[in-house]
Design a protein around this ligand. Sequence first.
Ligand code: PEP
Ligand code: MG
Length: 874
Amino acid sequence: MTDPLHIRLHDADTPLDPARWGARGARLARMAGLGLPVPRGMLISTDLVQRIHADGAAVHFEGELTDRLAALGDEVLLSLRASPPRPEWGGPEALLNIGITDARLPALTARVGRPGALELYFRLIEGYGTMVEGLDPEDFENLTADQVKYWSVPSEGDLPESARETLVEQAKALYADETGAPFPQDPKAQLTAAVDAMARGWNGTSARILRESHGAPPEAGLALIVQRMALGIGAGVSGAGVVHLVDERTGGPAVTGRFLPQAQGYDAMMGLRTPQLITREAREAARQSAPSLEEMAPDALTDLRGHAVTAAEGLGDAHGFEFTLEDGALWLLDAVLSPRAARAAVRIATDLARNGAITREQALLRIEPRTLIEHLHPQIDPRATRDVIGTGLPASPGAATGRITFSPEEAMQMEAQGDPAVLVRTETSPEDIRGMHSACAVLTVRGGMTSHAAVIARGLGLPCVVGAGDVRLDLKGRQIVGRDGRAFVEGAVITVDGTRGEVLAGSPDMIQPELDGAFETLMSWADQMREMGVRANADTPQDARVARDFKVDGIGLCRTEHMFFHEDRITAMREMILADSAEDRRRALATLLPMQRDDFVELFQIMRGQPVTIRLLDPPLHEFLPHSREEMGDLAEAMDLPVSQVVERAKALREFNPMLGKRGVRLGITMPEIYEMQARAIFEAAAIVNTSNLEQVVPEIMIPLVSAQKEVEMVRARVRAVADAVMAEREVALTYRLGIMVETPRAALRAGDMAENCAFFSFGTNDLTQMTYGLSRDDAGRFMRDYVNQGVFAEDPFHSLDIEGVGELLLLAAKRGRARNADLVLGLCGEHGGDPGSIHFCKLAGFDYVSCSPFRAPIARLAAAQASLLSKAD
Ligand code: PEP
Ligand code: MG
């Protein structure tokens, strides 16, 4: 059977295709099918509208179509509405009250009273004149200008009936003057002309350009809806309104909306008169004297609540309604998706799935993973006024207000006094970590998405803006100067919005995060669906505890360098670095060994048998050295050396380009004692935990910045020797896995060789992006906004994986690695591990896990579940 060209709204027994019947048309037919009170009517398909456009409506308005229209009732008035396949594609405005003529006026008067009938007639002439004949709406408005306040309240009858009659006559005269013909007195002629006008309007050049700019294809058609008018003007309780039945903020039940008596269409939203509220409670709270809908028509509110349940189940989402009351009878003109904040979206989706309106899979796919940050971090209230003083990169989400400090030590003191501190630095370095722990937010004027401040702040769940180039840091004057020249001295209150990458003056209102039951439910469903592991980048016991709370599958990256910055260790570390013989170095390392072992014991205990991947020391050693003369002096004393010698040795360590210098495995090759100490600490800790715990640890040791196979072989041999020694000394058997970070392009290219000696690869996409682009991760913030704004890069590649370039290296390395070692485990531990798009890519590339900061783990868990669902759907 060929597709019908038109259909009665109440006849559709299967869901209609919005491409053919328009979104609203398909929805109304579905609502009618669910038994909701939708006025009777019919749909005209996009095909028929195209034919009408070619031949004129009159040709097609014969036979069955006319019969269907006639079946709506001879005396009824009709509405004609555009129904584009997508609402954002626009479409002509609706024409209401079609069918009023001089001859039908008495019958209408009998139904709605004389003032109402005249009001409706005027509205039709005005709407028809402007929509069909292209008359100037202002000419009609001028007719009513001095009486508008009465005119829009017909039932109150303040406008004398004679004046209303005069207005209708004036409108007819205006119409006749402008068009050269009287206002049409045949209802069918009115309808056909209106349909022709809509078909014409849709096919006009400007309408086409406009909708194509909203993504409509050139062949997009328009469907039309002809419906019996539900008259909101007339006897009894009549009027029009909108209602929503879920709380926009929480997603729980709530009734909001407006109702305007003696009104139709969008009158309630037009601000002509003050609309009335829906519930008595809302009216009392707003101290409105006009009664609420609940007080005027209690049954209507009860019905609206019931219809919302039906619509949610039948349409698969929470909907409110545009409705009309016609002499007390409730009619639904449309169902409108309930607006919702991110938190509400989770509650709505899980409620719908629990009630069986949608599946769990659909619920999971409905939530944009990134929006979960609203559950995890405080945010600036969207209604708050934002006094922005500078912008940078949104390095770590959430917002916090505090006083400016430029010193990490002071941040610590402020924390002790309960005074929130915003730590402002040019850039942060590992020495600042304790200050960052104490701060409520961090702002740096330099840096990119994977610079030190960004990575650490994300790990701590601390709001952070980096690369705020338009904020000037005046350290001499102890102040920052905003982009508009305003100065904020040390101690001034500012707010860092790490979600938007903005710095604000003062303390705007905040919304606190909340991990409610709906969030937990969604997360548990995500865990059931996802196939990829989600681990955390966690360096300290504190991080590991947060990671466990966020239900990760292990630690994918423990950056051991952070363990050396503790006050009680940094001196031994510095002595080790500045030692001029392997023997002296060993002595210093012997001091560090028990401390490092205790760290790992604690980590293993917290993670209770889950995988823990420990990365051997990575950063260039100069990062650990003191900068001030005073600190140099202290170190010299500790080492029993003249200051000049300490300064000399420190100088000798300086490099032109330390990020590409002696760091990562290059330290392990040239100073093997360091990695040996770390390996020993790991194995001794594993031995301790395994003898006291049921859950056995299988430590994963990861070598950073590898670029040659030989590096892996050499470190592997030494690690094995240490493992054998510890097993012999402690008389235990230990298993462990050794793997590498693939973070240099050469390691990716030579992945086949590397895989032979590795149990796993973990892609360090921060360094890999830096080296693939030849773009410093610490300096990218200076121009990244410009690059993204000008479309040079679609997105910051340090934030969202560059699929085309870096992604190709990942695919190639995965393929070459697995070809040589089928059991090779593949993971990703760069900052991209918390980015939904990058996670999807990892799933497609066959990765086993991603690892990200603990606070991003929920986002990653949901994104991984979505990636699994979508890959099954493909
Ligand atoms: C990386 O390079 O992606 C990585 C995880 O290591 P880091 O950020 O510590 O260099
Ligand atoms: Mg790295």
